[in-house]
Design a protein around this ligand. Structure first.
Ligand code: NAD
Length: 351
């Protein structure tokens, strides 16, 4: 298949970005604002505990950017906003696996019903492109080899199940109604300005504060780490040139066990292995995720560029220099982190 690049595709003009005040969405919005063919970007975000206008920073002063504070579940608002847009990139979601053990309903309503509200409005307004942003977790644990876009979905945890359900709804709109929907599935993202509930910022901020870090189980779980800018680059390629109705895996093949990741972070934060505590594994914790992204590489010319160790060092420096951006999130009483217990439903009931 010939490689296409963004330059081959139609101008984007006006793009609606849901969840654009979150981690990946805000990086994507800044990227879009630099594109000469983008005249208008609207961020629609409910500003949950995970979203912050600080993530958009100076971009909020850009005359091309409009911010709409609303939920994707608010059908009249979504319908009113959708009208003037040519494309949608849908990031908004409840995104933290650990929380999904305790707030399953919020995950299903935002991730599944919210996606359906957007798809409906996009169809009604004949939006030309719709990218639904998803995750490698929908494939479930992949012990050997790598999942391709044709493989079956077998999500383990409620977060992954809600994303798998939303992927299927999005693809059904392409098949049933001819909606111009693409799905991207990326591996774990890292980079500046990620909420400190996620493992890399959690470990960095704990180490910078002089606290220990807790590794689940034996630390041998394998995750593939993708710099947030490399994910955004892939999403932009899919937005411009992805084939409607198609799924694109986005990862860059850098697999690390949690032990290996921790060793790198300890070194970058100037700490030793004595700062690591092993704690019993959580009830559901997939041993390995792995995706084959040959399709994105061959069809779209997708090539991640970030070197993991260099980019992790830059990420640590960001957290070292910006405690104003992460310390409040750790203190926010409206968003207490759930206590994750090992064991079964009886322990969950006990919380
Ligand atoms: P995030 O939690 O940092 O941001 C989510 C954003 O969505 C926040 O700004 C939040 O306010 C907003 N939001 C939540 N509910 C909303 C609602 N009902 N209406 C409008 N806005 C709402 O998430 P992220 O890490 O940036 O992830 C973005 C997307 O990428 C998600 O769909 C996630 O499933 C997917 N993804 C993330 C990763 C990762 O490693 N972070 C990997 C693969 C896929």
């Amino acid at each position: 298949m010939a490689t296409v690049t963004g330059a081959d595709a139609a101008p984007l003009q006006a793009v609606l970005v849901t969840g654009g005040a979150g981690f990946i969405g805000s990086h994507f919005v800044k990227r879009l604002l630099r594109c000469p063919d983008v005249a208008e970007v609207t961020v629609l975000d409910a500003l949950t505990y995970a979203g912050s206008l600080k993530n958009l920073g100076g971009a909020l002063d850009d005359p091309k950017l409009e911010f709409v504070h609303a939920s994707i579940l608010d059908q009249p608002v979504v319908d009113a906003v959708m009208g003037r847009h040519t494309a949608v990139v849908h990031f908004a979601a409840e995104s933290h696996v650990d929380r999904s053990f305790f707030h399953d309903a919020a995950f299903l309503s935002t991730n599944v019903l919210g996606t359906q509200v957007l798809l409906d409005a996009a169809l009604r307004h004949r939006v030309r492109r719709f990218v639904h942003v998803s995750t490698d977790e929908v494939y479930g644990p992949w012990l050997t080899g790598a999942a391709s876009e044709r493989d079956r979905l077998a999500p383990t945890v409620p977060y992954a199940a809600s994303k798998a359900a939303s992927d299927l709804v999005a693809l059904s709109y392409a098949r049933t109604y001819g909606a111009p929907v693409c799905v991207t599935r990326s591996s774990n993202n890292y980079g500046p300005a990620q909420h400190p509930e996620k493992i890399i910022p959690l470990f960095i901020t704990s180490l910078l504060k002089g606290q220990d870090v807790a590794l689940h189980g034996d630390g041998k779980h394998v995750r593939n780490w993708l710099h947030v800018q490399d994910n955004c680059a892939g999403i932009e390629l899919v937005l411009r040139a992805g084939r409607p109705g198609e799924i694109y895996n986005l990862s860059d093949g850098i697999d690390l066990t949690n032990n290996e990741l921790t060793r790198i972070l300890l070194q970058l934060c100037g700490a030793g292995w004595d700062r690591v505590r092993y704690v019993p594994d959580r009830t559901a914790n997939d041993l390995r995720y792995a995706m084959d992204c040959a399709k994105a590489r061959e069809e779209l010319g997708y090539r991640p560029t970030h070197d993991l160790e260099t980019a992790l060092a830059e990420t640590v420096e960001w957290y070292r220099s910006r405690p104003d951006r992460w310390a409040p999130a750790l203190r926010d009483p409206a968003a207490p982190l759930p206590r994750i217990l090992p064991g079964g439903p009886e322990q969950r009931e006990a919380i």
